[in-house]
Design a protein around this ligand. Sequence first.
Ligand SMILES: Cc1ncc(COP(=O)(O)O)c(C=O)c1O
Length: 490
Amino acid sequence: MPSIWLAEMLSGRLDRARGESLQRQLYFLIREAILARRIAPGRKLPSTRQLAEDLALGRNTVAGAFEQLVAEGYVVSRVGAGSFVADTLPDHYLEAASAATPAPATSLRLSRRAQLVLSGTDIARTETGTAFLPGLPELRQFPHKDWQRLLAKHWRGARLADLDYGRGGGLPALKQAVAEYLGVVRAVRCRPEQIVITAGAQQGLELALRLVTDPGDAAVIEDPGYLGARSVMQANGLELYPVPVDEEGLDLDGVPWAARPRLLYVTPSHQYPSGAVMSLTRRRALLALAERHDSYIVEDDYDSEFRYSGSPLASLQGLDGGGRVFYLGTFSKILFPALRLGYLVLPEPLAEAGARLLRRVHHEGHQTHQAALAEFIREGRLTAHIRRMRLLYAERQQVLREAWTRHIGEDLPLSGGEAGMHLTARLPAGLDDLALSRLGAARGLNLRPLSLYGLNATPSGLVLGYAGVEQQEIQRATTVLAALLASVWR
Ligand SMILES: Cc1ncc(COP(=O)(O)O)c(C=O)c1O
């Protein structure tokens, strides 16, 4: 334990004016901390010299307190290694301590929204990089050196203001770089001032919701759909209307316009998780309907960079003439999720309010990361990385398809795969995908059940991420899955 922690814990409690010696006070305070498990069994204690210095006490005072703790069995001293809290303490000491520990709270009253969000099934997650965790990029090939160089450069040059809260909805240089990038690759039409830099798409979605909805408002989500979006919407008290998706994306005939949805959340470039791409006709129809019913659209373009065939369709935001569409993007898929940086392109009339709301509700930060990222984009490194990953992911998708055909066969078809980082497989009706996923977890496989993504009855299936999984692992995992399927089906 760093000496300064212990000094911090003890210093305000040593009373020099009291009759009792400082050595004795120190002994009692450390003993009390050990009994209350504030210092864990086996933890190394600082040296008497360092602790004496941090507490501004004489070294003999500290050494005397330690000696008494050793003599009574609270602390063991190992020659050459230092002093450690004893692993086991005599029972009667512990009884005395536990009597003083307050009982845990028994009645936990969570809000209805928290209960709703937390009631979903948690799926065990295997180690990063194992098949078939969806949504994860190939982290092993992230250009660490370039990133480190840019981070170091911007840390070295950091001004005082870069350590303060950020303001204005993100660093202007990053907003500028994102606006240019989106204009070129996604036909998004915006001025940099319409962009706010967020802590990932999740926060961007929350900001959009807070700008234009109130608790109790109706909102439409795709069914099956992205769980992260569902959680944020539920946590913000929205009344959710799940609408089915077909091979062209959100089924517009299923939208309950009579409920007056204030907002519709869609993933038109690559529906999550079905993989459907929304046709141009459907896009135009959606925009026209939203206009007629005075609803907003959140377009989540989370992995549109990875498109393997055909030319990308224009974003809804680019097709929209007015102020209906919030365009949501993230660096989680094209760089790495822990970066927690994304962006929200606001409809022009909401731009200023959006930046102010972000500041008031969340406060802003990460200026040096934002500056490094702006340069990473401007230098063309982001695009170069995306191109490399696009080739790699296309190869991996092919490996998965071939292994699937060889070991599992075409009775269980895979989704189209013209874009993205995962494929979806349909399972025979009656085969419980949740149970299969649990069996898979016991064999080191990460099998996301499709039914997990639906609010209404969803066909049984698996969402198979391949982007962040090496070829051999894809092959190995497919054979394990084939054996597992053979044991429960046919
Ligand atoms: C549909 C969709 N949107 C957004 C995200 C990423 O969000 P964030 O930027 O919060 O990491 C994911 C990640 O899995 C996703 O699947």
